[in-house]
Design a protein around this ligand. Structure first.
Ligand code: SAM
Length: 205
């Protein structure tokens, strides 16, 4: 990704004309990966959708019965786009929208699930410890038995020792990308499951 993917000005300009776009995978394909992890949750589970952009992931979550979904993005236009998509689909807006920086999360609620589709990737284009700041913030607002699912293009998105101290990290799916020619190399996207480590809560503060 070019370095400006972490800049809000990049996204503002982009969302001025873009009303709907999916990074890395369609929401339907991502929901297939998420399904085994979401199926044990009550419909009242609190879900934090990080860097919602112009994705329709919140629509899919709502279709699966999850209404307590908070969509966060630092670019207000993204949230306008998200509300428009939801209203178009359901005739009303019931999920929540919050302008916020995912590298400085200080939220009142604690969530059962945090989900991001390539938001950590965009954040990783910024300063070196931006993903660490994001991870610490996600930990602060996750329930102790909650989890974070992240879809990333990077096989080493969470290699940082600080992140490993806070979370148990597992790749739950390697999603092959489509090829234009049979001779193209195999390229994957990586779906990470991050579960809080109890003993390191102190270091997440
Ligand atoms: C690569 S796009 C992914 C969008 C969407 N999740 C998808 O799958 O299509 C990254 C998104 O994260 C948002 N973003 C980037 N840095 C952010 C930050 N520090 N805090 C909140 N949102 C951020 C951008 O505005 C953009 O909507």
């Amino acid at each position: 990704m070019p370095a400006n993917f972490e800049k809000q000005s990049y996204w503002r300009e982009r969302f001025a004309s873009e009303t709907s776009f999916e990074w890395l995978a369609s929401s339907a394909a991502f929901m297939d990966v998420l399904a085994p992890y979401l199926q044990h949750l009550a419909n009242s589970a609190r879900i934090l959708h990080l860097g919602s952009g112009t994705s329709d992931l919140h629509i899919h979550l709502r279709q699966h019965g999850f209404l307590d979904v908070t969509n966060i993005d630092y670019e207000p236009l993204a949230l306008e786009r998200g509300q428009h998509l939801e209203r178009n689909q359901f005739g009303d807006v019931r999920t929540k929208y919050f302008v916020g920086d995912a590298t400085r999360l200080e939220l009142e609620e604690r969530y059962h699930v945090a989900i991001d589709k390539s938001t950590a990737d965009a954040i990783a284009c910024g300063v070196d410890d931006a993903v660490v700041s994001m991870a610490k913030g996600v930990r602060r607002c996750l329930e102790d038995n909650g989890f974070w699912v992240c879809l990333s293009y990077s096989p080493s998105r969470f290699e940082n020792e600080h992140v490993k101290r806070i979370f148990e990290i597992e790749v739950i799916s390697k999603v092959p990308t489509s090829k234009t020619r049979p001779t193209d190399p195999d390229i994957f996207h990586y779906c990470y499951l991050l579960r809080p480590k109890r003993q390191t809560q102190q270091s997440s503060r």
